[in-house]
Each structure stands twice: as C-alpha cells, then as structure tokens.
Design a protein. Structure first.
Length: 227
C-alpha cells in the first residue's frame, strides 16, 4: 500500500501519540515498531519514518487509541495483535478501528467473537471482574469521533470532558490538536497565555472566546500529564 498524502493523513510522533492516547512512550513504540527479535508491530504503519523519526497517521492514531484501552484493561500484547489482525481480515479493511464499522452491531459482534476466539473479552469490567466490551465503552469511543458518510473517521475529540471544542483533524496543522471551527493549534494558544499571562488578551489576539482559550490551556496541561 502506498504512503498516504502527508497533508491529508496527519503526522504523529511516538511522544505525541503517547500523550494523546494516554500511554507510556515505550509501550507505544513497541506497538508501532515492534521489538527486534521479540515482538512484531501491532499496527500496519502507514507512514514509517518522517524526517528520520517514526511517525504514524491519523488512522493509525485511532487504532493505537484502541490498543491503549486494551492494554490498560490487562489484555496481553499477543492477544491484542491477534485481535487487530483478525478483525482487519474479517472486515476486509486495513485499519478497521479507524472506521465506524467496528461500532455497528455486526462489527461489534465480529470483534467480540474474535476476542473470545483468542480466549478473552476486550474490556475488564470492575463489577463483574470479567473482560467484556460494554456498550457504554463502545459508545464513548464512537461519540468522540466524527465519521464521513462512508464510515471513515474524519476527526477526533481526544478530551471531550475538559476540552469539548478541541479536535484532532488530520487535514489541519498536520493533525496536531486545534480548536474546532477556528483550527488554531492549542499549543500556540497555551504558549501565548503563558507569555502574555492574560486569557482575555490572548482571546482577542486569536479572535476566539475566552472559554475556548481556557479549554486549549487545560487541554495542553492534560497532555503533559498523560505521557
């Protein structure tokens, strides 16, 4: 498969992925690159190296979001790899976890069946103390992503609770977090607030609301804590 257009696909380094999906950088690197002689990569990386650094696309980022959730639930890497591979083959899509297909009734059933085939369910439920994929978990994953009519992911709200107006869109700022509608990078806003020390002044400079400025600042703070 040819490399996608970098202006359309988004570009994320390992540290950036780790922050966005709230996982350790070392884990993300293994998921993306594998471990020589020990582990194969978990994802089919669309980009490989960009400017000498390992980078992944937006579609890969959404796959890694699922992998991070599986890993936090205690699912082993061997099982995660098998699930990702089998789901891709069953749904005939190279990156099904970046599509709406896995949220549809038949898609959820396929994912659950493949998981059981590998000896487990997907999410560890604290009440039942079993691995499962509760509908509420799948619902939260779907609600935070906007899909096009064909079911392909268009953009993602990575922190909807603290920053509902911050999105990750592969076609803006190479996929870096931006404010919805204005598409101003949250990093630029947060740095401006740090320099100016005044939310209202920064809001006037960028012609956005003070609420959106605060969301951008809170989002960037949360990213720093995540990885």
């Amino acid at each position: 498969m040819s490399r996608p257009d970098l202006l359309e696909a988004g570009i994320y380094t390992i540290p950036e992925v780790a922050e966005l999906v709230e996982a350790a950088q070392a884990d993300v690197r293994v998921w993306v690159d594998g471990h020589t002689g020990k582990q194969d990569p978990v994802i089919d990386n669309q980009l490989g190296k960009v400017a000498g650094k390992t980078a992944v696309s937006f579609a890969n980022l959404l796959e890694l979001r699922f992998i991070a959730r599986f890993a936090k639930a205690g699912v082993g890497l061997r099982e995660i790899r098998a699930i990702m591979k089998d789901v891709s083959e069953e749904l005939r899509h190279p990156h099904p976890f970046a599509t709406k297909t896995v949220f549809k009734t038949d898609g959820k059933k396929i994912v659950a069946d493949i998981a059981r085939r590998n000896g487990l369910n997907l999410i560890y439920d604290l009440k039942s103390k079993n691995y499962e994929m509760p509908s509420v978990v799948m619902k939260s994953f779907m609600e935070n992503v906007v899909f096009d009519p064909a079911g392909e992911a268009v953009y993602w709200h990575p922190r909807p609770k603290i920053a509902p107006n911050v999105i990750v869109h592969p076609k803006f700022s190479f996929g870096q977090p931006v404010l919805e509608r204005s598409y101003i990078p949250t990093d630029a806003i947060a740095k401006s607030v740090q320099v100016e020390g005044n939310v209202r002044f920064v809001a006037d400079i960028f012609e956005v609301s003070e609420r959106h400025v605060r969301q951008a600042v809170n989002f960037e703070k949360d990213l720093r804590k995540a990885a």
